[in-house]
Design a protein around this ligand. Structure first.
Ligand code: SF4
Length: 179
């Protein structure tokens, strides 16, 4: 039986600021969220294997998560000097990405079927091989939660985790489906 307290400790050790159990049955894969990717605010739409339109369809996602009952939700929180503190926004995003890779490596030996979903598109290669050649590292490709159609703030509140950590903070969220 999975010990979520131990997993939370592992997540904090990897550098995350908060972590908690994710109830997979509460995940809703929403077309409206997926459609927001087309606005291309993060400049990954149609530029990466990890993002729409290359990312699996919502139907494929719903099918893929059927075998999981539990997972881990993790967050990195940045504390900005003010709402325009882009330096800290970028620094927190980088910390989140590093934490994500560290925890993925730590969990993978015990959970060979692990299904990670990150924040934002995959940034391993600059540039991504999309669409001219296959992904260079398909085993290390993580889709973003938004690309999967997940409304991240709702996923947090549905799992009793804060999404808004207060004034002048920025929160990056990711998850790992495990069981
Ligand atoms: S691993 Fe490289 S090729 Fe694959 S999605 Fe990420 S950036 Fe693109």
């Amino acid at each position: 039986m999975t010990n979520y307290e131990n997993l939370k400790t592992l997540a904090l050790k990897a550098g995350f600021d908060d972590a908690g159990r994710l109830d997979v049955s509460k995940l809703e894969f929403l077309q409206d969220v997926r459609d927001m990717c087309a606005a291309d605010k993060c400049h990954n739409f149609n530029r990466s294997w990890s993002c729409p339109p290359a990312a699996p369809s919502l139907e494929e996602m719903r099918d893929r998560v059927k075998k999981y009952s539990g997972g881990l939700l993790v967050q990195t929180v940045g504390h900005m000097e003010d709402s325009l503190d882009f330096e800290e926004m970028m620094a927190a995003a980088k910390r989140h990405s590093e934490n994500f890779e560290r925890l993925w490596d730590a969990l993978a030996p015990d959970y060979p079927g692990i299904f990670p979903m990150g924040a934002g598109g995959c940034g391993k290669c600059q540039p991504c091989t999309y669409p001219d050649a296959p992904c260079r590292f398909p085993d290390k490709l993580a889709y973003s939660m938004e690309a999967c159609g997940l409304f991240v703030s709702r996923v947090c509140t549905d799992n009793d985790m804060k999404y808004n950590h207060g004034k002048d903070t920025i929160c990056y969220t990711a998850c790992f489906l495990l069981e």
